[in-house]
Design a protein around this ligand. Structure first.
Ligand SMILES: *Cc1c(COP(=O)(O)O)cnc(C)c1O
Length: 485
């Protein structure tokens, strides 16, 4: 054996064996018992959490099994259990077992995706998944390019950047200040707010993000969009990008993709479809028509860590322009290996925002390898059916639905009380349900904050009819408890 640090970093062989054994027990205990636990901790006590952390005395190291045992206990106690079947939350699913296996292998082999020649298998698997996902959206695999990202926010940031590079040839070398007209982009007020961070990251101000109002069905109001583009041109600005959201975070609503594609084509705008969550509908033949028009998008955001249920973070940026990523990110260095070119491989660091990069795609590939497209289609169908069941049960119990989407996000207000659509009342109802530990749901502020609603999403594939009933019962309880106050 090598030097002495081995014993603390690598650990002895018998210690490692016990550690892996214990880790798989902890994993299995969590997966098989989480549904019997409260969804949320009894109460969040920051001082308790801090003293838990301080109980790890770094001057007096622990044994490996004791360390993971204590950490598992902490994770059990101090987390909202998003894999719980009654977590009706924000697109944080129960994860696939093959996804856990994928992250495990990734951590152990630690392939470096910055250089193609370091990890050619990993690099080729990722591009293969990007092409396969692009094909689901209607892209031609021969010209599809893409990369894996930390999540949807990075993919949207990439979209903004590639749109700027494509539409303004001076931008890449000289920046926004070289442009004679200020670039502006368009998204619905129900779109994702990661664009408000991406704009300043790309040298644009937040005001460059024009939020078109939503119509009563919470879809982008196209008359307002057209008007805003006209006014912006008249005042000397340079419209360059429009985003359609395919499955909004608030309400699961899909913007009218073909109509927005047409406006983009007429106006010469880069067309981006943010399908971070809703894009999974493309895996189900009968739901795929919802995404019609996405094949006309210049780029697409899709998050595998949402409805493909792999562990975070696993986003994708897809594009039908095979050279735009290289055009945007290609830099030469004196220190990176150059041998990838011999094989025609594309180095990750010249093709993405990230430099050193983990094998994000493995958890997706292994999940697909075992579930198959059909296994995923079934899971997505099941979740959609549970969404329909929840809609029906809520209506039967005098809740009023306020969003319309075939996807399983349900926004609703209390039809039994006059104050039933007031945000304070909805917050109180949600708090009561969450504090009961029986389920987790939230309050969404819709239409730029003009309306509020309770929001329940069938986030996980493990949610069954009995979990839907439990949520409805917990809501009924909350309603009568508040009435008695
Ligand atoms: C979740 C989401 C994002 C952001 O993705 P992250 O993975 O959280 O970075 C962007 N757009 C939409 C529509 C989303 O639902």
């Amino acid at each position: 054996m090598g030097f002495e640090a081995d014993s603390r970093l690598l650990l002895e062989e018998n210690e490692r064996e016990t550690l892996w054994q214990r880790l798989s027990e902890i994993t299995e205990e969590y997966i098989s018992r989480v549904d019997q636990a409260r969804v949320t901790p009894l109460e969040i006590r920051p001082d308790e959490i801090r003293s838990f952390i301080e109980s790890f005395d770094l001057e007096h190291p622990l044994g490996p099994v004791e360390a993971v045992n204590r950490m598992a206990e902490g994770l059990w106690r101090f987390s909202v259990h998003t894999p719980h079947p009654r977590y009706f939350g924000l697109f944080n699913p129960a994860v696939t077992s093959m996804g856990i296996a994928g992250d495990h292998l990734t951590a152990a082999f630690n392939p470096q995706l910055a250089a193609w020649s370091h990890s050619p298998l990993a690099a080729e698997i990722e591009i293969a998944i990007c092409r396969a996902m692009g094909e689901r959206f209607g892209y031609d695999p021969k010209s599809t390019d893409g990369n894996f990202t930390s999540g949807g926010a990075e993919a949207n940031h990439t979209a903004l950047l590639t749109a700027l590079v494509d539409r303004f040839p001076e931008y890449l070398n000289h920046g926004v200040r070289a442009l004679d007209r200020a670039p502006v982009m368009y998204i619905s007020e129900e779109g994702h707010h990661s664009f408000l961070k991406a704009a300043p990251l790309c040298g644009l101000g937040i005001n460059a993000v024009r939020e078109a109002p939503s119509d009563p069905s919470l879809r982008m109001d196209l008359n307002a969009l057209n008007r805003q583009i006209r006014e912006d041109r008249a005042s000397g600005l340079a419209p360059f990008l429009v985003v359609a959201t395919a499955g909004t975070t608030n309400a699961g609503v899909l913007d009218p993709i073909p109509e927005i594609a047409q406006i983009a084509e007429r106006e010469g705008l880069w067309f981006h479809v943010d399908a971070a969550w809703g894009g999974a509908a493309s895996l189900v033949p009968e739901l795929r028509p919802l995404l019609a028009g996405a094949e006309r998008a210049d780029s697409i955001t899709f998050d595998a860590h949402k409805w493909l249920s792999v562990p975070m973070g696993s986003g994708m940026y897809l594009t039908r322009h095979p050279n735009i990523l290289t055009q945007t990110f290609s830099v030469e260095t004196g220190y990176m290996p150059r041998d990838s070119k011999l094989y025609g491989g594309v180095d990750g660091y010249r093709h993405s925002m990230q430099w050193s990069r983990r094998f994000i795609g493995l958890k997706v590939f292994l999940s697909l390898a075992v579930a198959g497209w059909e296994g995923y289609a079934e899971a997505i169908r099941h979740q959609t059916a549970m969404g329909n069941l929840l809609r029906r049960r809520l209506t039967e119990s005098d809740w009023i639905l306020v969003n319309a989407t075939p996807l399983p996000v349900i926004c609703f207000v209390d039809g039994e009380s006059e104050a039933g659509s007031r945000v304070e009342q909805l917050e109180a109802l949600a708090r009561h349900v969450v504090n009961s530990g029986r389920a987790w749901l939230s309050v969404a502020r819709l239409a730029g904050g003009r309306r509020a609603a309770l929001r329940a999403c069938i986030t996980g594939y493990r949610t069954g009819p009995e979990d839907v009933e439990e949520l409805v019962a917990a809501l009924a309880n909350a309603r009568s408890a508040l009435r008695e106050q």
